[in-house]
Design a protein around this ligand. Structure first.
Ligand code: ADP
Ligand code: MG
Length: 488
């Protein structure tokens, strides 16, 4: 698989990408106040005096948010800093009543970590690849300006003001839009498994600042631009491609890339200058005097570790060890809901490989058709296990199982009850099968002659005819055996 390159007039360019992901921490209350955080509430109904920055109000850290950030750090194999501190990042903007954002610059809660993106031949990712994560720090979100409510006035909604965010900063380790897409999907999956962020990009729970530079292979890192607040995986990939091509064209035309902040336009797939990039010193960062440093006990960190669920990579490896195909294991673990559902199916005794095939084809197919998520599946893991059990013990054939499943979806009845009621039990009486085999062979004497003359492919035709004559209920293995015995 060839590397991703931008081909310019002077040769091939490598693209270097680092992502800063803002992930809203799942919490009923804000980072430093007790105000609610529900999405979609009426403007300014979830604002405490702290969030509105009334003089004299003091922030009080929400330990639940700290716990979620630590759990996330542990899930990306990161160093947890038992001593960390909040800093003020000073700037003026109408959606920021404090005049500063409380963030962490010098001593973040979480240090160096990494995650693995999965090989994906179709996307040009030849093998699994570790992507470094520099840090995760905890910070407040700002409010939101509303420009579309009135022809001449803008309004401020402070519902988001003070909501807890994790900023997850990757190393510049990605080399293609596809790798960046895979990184975001994997990070989102980990956050959702951990339960520290719902990963809902449409609602703004996860957004990415996209840093892109280009260089000739083997050269030093080039100057990067940072495209702010991109809110879908597809848009991140588009922004990278556009930005990389723009930078190559600019450099080859004799220009140079400005280190600047850019904006993505989802309608055109392009980026444009927003402002020249500010450096940390422009923000006059200093330790927030209203907050003590955070000191975590070893017990607290150990509790966070003990509370972690099995994560996607471990789960996938466990499924593969059950003889489930790598592809199915990937599909089943990509979303936490399907992984949980499948685990529940294994827990009630389903056999791994057959169950995985059934879930990824029959169940996912039906849910797709019905427009339902797996959480809304009309068939429970217990009911599915009953159906799979009837196939495994030979009571019904695989093709009858498809009919039974349709009837389960329609009626809500159990598999065994449907099989009983509709007389769908597999015929394993060798006598009855032999009678049907003889009838089919007698009715197709010409084909029997052809078969015996060497046309071996006709065997399948005979099997099909016998199955048809027995309404699909004959045990396929016994049909095969009987045909082989008769045809010699
Ligand atoms: P800042 O906080 O000012 O945005 P950082 O040095 O913390 O700057 O880097 C932010 C992000 O930019 C990180 O994700 C990092 O991986 C990425 N990055 C740094 N240098 C480059 C580069 N030359 N090309 C692409 N991405 C880069
Ligand atoms: Mg940045």
């Amino acid at each position: 698989m060839s590397e991703y390159r931008i081909h310019g007039e002077t040769g091939a360019w490598e693209v270097v990408i680092g992502l800063e992901v803002h992930a809203q921490i799942t919490s009923n209350a804000k980072l430093f106040s007790g105000a609610a955080t529900a999405f979609g509430a009426e403007p300014n109904t979830q604002v405490s005096l702290v969030d509105a920055a009334m003089p004299g109000m003091l922030p009080v850290p929400n330990v639940e948010c700290i716990r979620q950030a630590v759990r996330t750090g542990l899930a990306i194999d990161a160093q947890i800093n038992a001593w960390s501190r909040f800093d003020r990042k000073n700037y003026f903007y109408a959606d920021l009543p404090q005049g500063y954002q409380i963030s962490q610059l010098y001593h973040p809660l979480v240090g160096e970590g990494a995650l693995t993106i999965d090989a994906d031949a179709k996307a040009g990712i030849a093998e699994d690849k570790r992507i470094g994560i520099e840090r995760i720090h905890v910070e407040q979100d700002a409010g939101k300006l509303m420009h579309d409510q009135h022809p001449t006035m803008s309004f401020v909604d402070l519902n988001r003001s003070g909501v807890a965010l994790m900023e997850i900063v990757s190393r510049p380790d990605m080399r293609s839009p596809a790798e960046a897409g895979a990184y975001l999907r994997k990070l989102r999956a980990i956050l959702r498994y951990v339960g520290s962020c719902d990963g809902n990009m449409e609602e703004g729970s996860m957004r990415a600042d996209v840093n892109v530079s280009v260089r000739k292979v083997g050269e030093e890192l080039g100057t990067r631009t940072e495209t702010k607040n991109v809110n879908s995986v597809r848009f991140v990939m588009q922004a990278i491609e556009y930005e990389a091509k723009r930078q190559v064209a600019l450099i080859e035309a004799g220009g140079k890339v400005d280190q600047e902040t850019r904006l993505f336009n989802p309608d055109s797939g392009t980026t444009r200058t927003m402002r020249s990039k500010e450096d940390a010193h422009d923000y006059r960062y200093f330790p927030d005097p209203d907050l003590l440093p955070l000191e975590l006990s070893e017990d607290f960190i150990a509790e966070c570790r003990a509370s972690l669920p099995e994560l996607p990579d471990a789960k996938r490896a466990r499924y593969i060890a059950l003889d489930i195909s790598a592809y199915n294991a990937q599909v089943l673990t990509a979303e936490v809901e399907s992984a949980r559902w499948f685990d529940a199916l294994l827990d009630v005794g389903a056999e791994g490989k057959g169950a995985a095939n059934w879930v990824t084809s029959e169940l996912f197919g039906a849910l797709n058709r019905l427009g339902l998520s797996i959480d809304q599946s009309p068939v429970s893991p217990g009911a599915a296990a009953e159906l799979l059990g009837l196939v495994a013990d030979g009571t019904i054939s695989g093709s009858i199982a498809k009919q039974v499943f349709e009837k389960m979806l329609e009626s809500g009845d159990g598999a065994a009850a449907i099989v009983e009621r509709e007389g769908l039990k597999q015929e394993s009486d060798t006598g009855a099968i032999e009678v049907a085999v003889d009838a089919i062979l007698a009715a197709n004497a010409d084909k029997v002659a052809e078969y015996q003359g060497g046309k071996a492919a006709l065997f399948g035709f005979f099997v099909g005819q016998v199955m048809k004559a027995m309404q699909g209920k004959a045990n396929p293995k016994l049909v095969n055996d009987a045909l082989k015995a008769r045809l010699g």
